[in-house]
Design a binder for this molecule. Structure first.
Ligand code: GLC
Length: 802
């Protein structure tokens, strides 16, 4: 069953049936102010941090689903009938009201046709301003004049997520809402500068600042008392819960349309007045929207693909890039699942995300990489979850002592080895190498940066990016267990595999991969001594991996502290694992024979039509030596679900072995685009990868959960483009080395690399899956594709064959 379609031309997903089985979300804002919204205008907005500076409230994990939000109500003053611009919160009968939601890149539009009135409400946050615009158009499509009252509604929050949810004897009396000169101002009194405003491009005919006055004590957003009565009560109060509601009465002649523009912003009433003057001009709203469209067009234009796979085209050209960008922006801290109680940067997640899109967002990827390097300890492990602000030079703006201010770092934030994850910082090595390959910024390796521990100790100690990388690699070389394989520590990539002093196969493979990438950088920089030293370590790691981790037909997952191997043919549960087998191949550590067998095991044991399971069979008996994974319900999350994030690793692994057929089979299985017509099973949005899909062992087999905030976004983008299509920059050349199904005859791509446009055509006359026999650039045969001068454009043809 389908609920909507991909509109590739407009880069929108159009939801035609809004009574979805679960919330389908979108992200607004690309700078300091941001919002997460769903298909019925539910959601929340925040300034910089959803934990410390939440502007509007959200009732997480509640009923009704996903409220409140950014609501517009229409009331017919003749009949007293009322409805909302988005289907919820009023929830009109869908046989009588036609609702459509369009999620686009950093905007969402809610359309409604009801009883002779058509309306649209577009939400977006312009660049350069901290304001959420609600651009509302209302048209009388009937043949008689209509008198309507239009009400807006949002619920303010007490900023800090915890304060917003506890100790109400205090928090209820710390904020005030007032109205003056057409502008509602929300004042968080315990903050030095805790103001927001809500205003519009008209002189209101009424207002409410107090939530319970607008809603009525026993009513909800579905049936606000003010809307029923057709009049706001003009409520204001220092204390209690606040809302922003402005009333406008309009009359529309047949065919007449009007445009109401609402502004919910950060700052005082005076700031509201400035922004009101600016966006009361509809041309300014249109210009801001056009600017946002240009912002995304520029990103999407960095790589446009045209392949025989429609789902891949649609996702890579728009949605997976978008998801990857959102992950670099938000790490994992804002969604309807991550509701702001856990913010900051997750070390491993951010490290991986920033590897995936340096071509479309080099500045943000670099910023993230530097923040992570500053969150590295001199011991070489990263702080698992941290606030980047902790390690920034003090700008001297001594904060007012408010509970909503991000606390400063002290020594207690530097967790010890017992809380370190074995994989966290290893990811960063390749992210840095890839950043340099993308941008050609070789001197980035020499940039001097602090470390987390010496910084909080007040030591003036900096080292180069390159030296940070060496510490990361040295840490993993030192932290090995009995067999010489990297220790599992608190966890490796799998948060629920807690091997402690036991050993993680996956991390040793990852270590090998990071070493190989580092060696390539050292060689390119002419640092031959380092290249030789780390090459020797890499060789040793590779040998130990092959000596200790092979088990008849696949690679094991690890070894417990007591020496028990996990993931062997003798195991009844957790016999085959996706992570270690994928990384054995992807890292290049496995030889071809073992690699092919491991890939076969993945295909045989872990493949489902919804993607690859993380392990099989599921664990059913708690086993503290293996970890928390054995206490997760079978078929959910890390215990034998289709955990999306490692899926692209296996796709890339198939490419390393030249198996374009298998890579594409795995890609298509996970690809949400191909689940658009089975939403009764998938439930979640088909334009976003979800964290996991319930596995075979669970009653909800096939049901996807937790959209957007997952490493599968970035990794799917990276694998599809760099491994399957094989388009990836090296230090001095652009590599095009695809691994595709043999029946693909041709594909095209336009790739912008270092300011130069490469119009790439790949031809596959012999029907191979891998191998390049000839390359031409502007009609001439070339060995490699060079970095041409910036601003130029070149036609590249790649002929596959043996
Ligand atoms: C979650 C975490 C990620 C972890 C994964 C597997 O997605 O954000 O860091 O690797 O779970 O446990």
């Amino acid at each position: 069953m389908r609920y909507g379609h991909f509109d590739d031309k407009n880069k929108e997903y159009v939801i035609e049936r809004v009574d979805l089985p679960t919330s389908w979300t979108n992200y607004l804002g690309v700078e300091d102010m941001a919002a997460v919204v769903n298909h019925t205008a539910g959601g929340y907005t925040f300034y910089k941090s959803p934990e410390y500076h939440r502007i509007s409230r959200f009732h997480a994990n509640s009923v009704p689903m996903d409220r409140p939000g950014f609501y517009i109500y229409f009331r017919d003053n003749e009949t007293k009938d009322y409805w909302s611009a988005s289907w919820q919160p009023v929830g009109k009968d869908l046989d009588k009201a036609k609702y459509t939601t369009r999620h686009g890149l950093s905007y969402t539009v809610y359309e409604c046709e009801y009883n002779g009135i058509s309306s649209s409400q577009k939400l977006f946050i312009p660049r350069g301003e901290n304001v959420l615009l609600w651009d509302v158009k209302v048209k009388n499509t009937g043949d008689r004049p209509r008198a309507l009252s239009v009400f807006s509604y949002l619920e303010f929050s007490f900023h800090h997520v915890m304060i917003d949810n506890i100790n109400f004897q205090m928090s209820l009396y710390c904020a005030g809402g007032s109205y003056k000169d057409g502008i509602i101002e929300e004042d968080l009194y315990y903050e030095q500068d805790g103001y927001q405003y809500f205003t519009a491009n008209f002189e209101p005919d009424g207002f409410d600042c107090v939530r319970d006055k607008f809603l009525g004590t026993y009513n909800t957003e579905t049936n606000p008392q003010a809307v029923i009565n057709g009049i706001c009560s003009g409520s204001e109060e220092k204390g209690m819960n606040h809302c922003g509601s402005l009333l406008k009465k309009i009359t529309l002649a047949p065919g007449e349309e009007t445009r109401l523009i609402y502004m919910l912003g950060e700052g005082r009433r005076s700031e509201g007045a400035r922004v009101r003057a600016k966006y009361s001009d509809p041309a300014a709203v249109d210009a801001a929207y056009a600017d946002m469209a240009a912002y995304w067009k520029d990103k999407c234009d960095k790589l446009i693909i045209d392949t025989p796979n429609a789902g891949m085209n649609s996702l890579i050209n728009t949605w997976t890039l978008y998801q990857s960008e959102i992950n670099v922006m938000f790490s994992r801290f804002a969604s309807f699942i991550e509701v702001g109680g856990r913010v900051g940067l997750g070390y491993r997640d951010t490290a991986q995300d920033s590897m995936t899109i340096p071509h479309s967002n080099p500045a943000k990827c670099k910023e993230r990489i530097e923040q992570l390097l500053k969150g590295l300890t001199t011991s070489g492990y990263g702080l698992h979850l941290f606030q980047p602000e902790w390690f920034e030079e003090d700008k001297g703006d001594a904060p007012f002592d408010s509970p909503t201010v991000v606390p400063k770092a002290d020594k207690s934030v530097i967790h010890g080895l017992s809380d370190a994850c074995s994989d966290d910082a290893l990811w960063l090595v390749t992210s840095i190498v890839n950043y340099i390959k993308e941008t050609g910024e070789f001197d980035f390796a020499d940039k001097q940066l602090t470390y987390a521990d010496t910084f909080v100790n007040g030591q003036d100690f900096k080292e180069s990016v390159y030296d940070h990388m060496k510490r990361i690699l040295d840490f993993s070389a030192e932290q090995v267990g009995e067999s010489g394989i990297c220790k599992g520590l608190r966890a490796d990539w799998n948060d629920c595999l807690n091997l402690g002093g036991g050993e993680s196969a996956m991390v040793s493979f990852l270590h090998y991969w990071a070493l190989e990438n580092f060696v390539s950088l050292a060689e390119r920089l002419g640092r031959t001594e380092d290249a030789a030293k780390y090459r020797a370590i890499a060789d040793k790691v590779k040998k130990v991996c092959n000596d200790k981790l092979w088990d008849k037909e696949w690679f094991i997952r690890g070894i417990t502290k007591s020496g028990r191997k996990i993931g062997t043919h003798e195991d009844e549960e957790g016999k085959v694992h996706l992570e270690s087998n994928s990384w054995a191949i992807l890292s290049g550590a496995a030889d071809t024979e073992h690699g092919n067998k491991a890939l076969e095991a993945i295909d045989r044991y872990l493949y489902t039509p919804y993607g690859l399971l993380l392990n099989q069979p599921a664990y059913t008996k708690p086993d503290p030596e293996i970890g928390f994974v054995t206490r997760v319900y079978p078929g959910l999350k890390e215990n034998a679900a289709v955990f999306s994030h490692p899926n692209p690793w296996a796709q890339a692994a198939a490419c390393v072995l030249g198996r374009g057929d298998i890579a594409m089979k795995f890609y298509n299985a996970l690809c949400p685009y191909y689940q658009n017509d089975m939403i009764e099973i998938r439930e979640s949005e088909p334009y976003s990868y979800c964290q996991f899909i319930a596995g075979r062992d669970h009653s909800a087999y096939g049901r996807a959960r937790h959209p957007f905030m997952t490493g599968s976004g970035g990794w799917s983008y990276y694998t599809a483009t760099a491994y399957i299509l094989g388009i990836r920059p090296d230090f001095d050349t652009l590599v095009v080395d695809p691994c595709i199904p043999a029946d693909w005859k041709e594909f095209k791509a336009v790739r912008v690399w270092r300011g130069t446009v490469y119009n790439i055509t790949v031809k596959n006359p012999d029907g191979v899956m891998k191998g390049v026999k000839r390359i031409t650039a502007d009609g001439n045969d070339v060995e490699r594709i060079p970095a041409y001068p910036r601003g130029t454009s070149h036609d590249i043809t790649v002929y596959m064959g043996n």
